[in-house]
Design a protein around this ligand. Structure first.
Ligand SMILES: NC(=O)c1ccc[n+]([C@@H]2O[C@H](COP(=O)([O-])OP(=O)(O)OC[C@H]3O[C@@H](n4cnc5c(N)ncnc54)[C@H](OP(=O)(O)O)[C@@H]3O)[C@@H](O)[C@H]2O)c1
Length: 263
């Protein structure tokens, strides 16, 4: 049996010639993903609100990969700011064909004490802003005929937990469904998938771990017997950004050491 493939098996994970934007790109998981995409050949831009931290991440990525990333500020809870980012990037780069949404946060409140403005704020960043980024960049990718969107969700989109996480889990459940519906609206040109990490040691978790060091042991009873590291999201991001995942869309890929496999 002779078969020809669309791409070379030896280079199907390479991202040379790709233009990637990682929103939340100086955060723990975002910076790791930006570094991995750059290491695999992509021209990477990173964006968030804090320029100083973006510049620090740019330096680190340069040290590790030798690649220059471009930095942009954006408030991903504000559609006008997202549109301004879109216009600037299109003027600078021409197009984006890999969009990673790694922005997000969690403020814990028991449901009986949950201030509405806290939940509204999390919904804006963790869900609505991501929908708006998919709207602008997804339209451009669809018109250009190719694109990959990767949303950083969480195991908490599929598994509830104790400890004041009602609003966070709700935003991640909504993000999972946004991922699936965006896959419907943006296909067949654009693939939209999500990565679902479990507890991962990043700046977002640092204060919580100081208060609750037992978090470091939350993976002990899971199949791979540890919690996550940033590195655990890097391979899945390269996979979902590359030709290797061209027939996958609307999926949540769990980087969770088997946590969701066992309930
Ligand atoms: N760490 C974990 O245990 C874990 C587990 C599962 C899922 N996740 C998810 O993974 C993603 C990344 O988390 P992380 O641990 O890497 O967190 P992190 O280190 O705190 O990074 C969060 C990033 O989001 C950006 N961000 C927050 N609000 C923003 C806004 N309004 N506009 C633009 N950017 C904004 C921050 O940048 P600025 O402050 O500069 O805006 C920062 O770069 C989040 O969606 C999180 O929910 C994390």
């Amino acid at each position: 049996m002779s078969e020809t493939y669309k791409f070379d098996l030896g280079t199907m994970f390479r991202l040379d010639g790709r233009k990637a934007l990682v929103v939340g790109g100086h955060g723990g998981i975002g910076a790791g993903i930006a570094e991995a995409l750059a290491a695999y050949g992509a021209d990477v831009s990173i964006a968030s609100r804090n320029m100083e931290k973006l510049l620090e991440a740019k330096e680190k990525i340069k040290e590790k990969t030798g690649k220059d990333v471009t930095v942009y500020t954006v408030d991903a809870s504000d559609e006008e700011s997202i549109k301004a980012l879109y216009d600037t990037i299109i003027a600078d780069k021409g197009y984006i064909d890999v969009l990673v949404n790694s922005q997000g946060y969690n403020v814990k409140h028991h449901l009986t004490e949950l201030p509405k403005e806290i939940m509204d704020g999390m919904l804006q960043v963790n869900v609505v802003g991501i929908a708006m980024l998919c709207k602008y960049f997804g339209k451009q990718m669809k018109e250009r005929g190719y694109g990959k969107i990767i949303n950083v969700s969480s195991t908490r989109g599929a598994r509830a937990c104790l400890g004041g996480n009602a609003s966070y889990c709700t935003t991640k459940g909504a993000l999972d469904m946004l991922t699936r519906t965006a896959a419907c609206d943006l296909g067949p040109e654009v693939c939209v998938n999500a990565i679902g990490p479990t507890n991962t040691v990043t700046p977002m978790m640092e204060d919580l771990i100081k208060e609750h060091p037992e978090i470091l042991h939350l993976g002990d009873d899971k199949p791979l017997q540890r919690i996550g590291t940033v590195e655990d999201c890097m391979g899945p991001a390269v996979f979902l950004a590359s030709h290797a995942s061209d027939f996958m869309t609307g999926q949540i890929v769990y980087a969770d050491g088997g946590m969701t496999a066992i309930g």
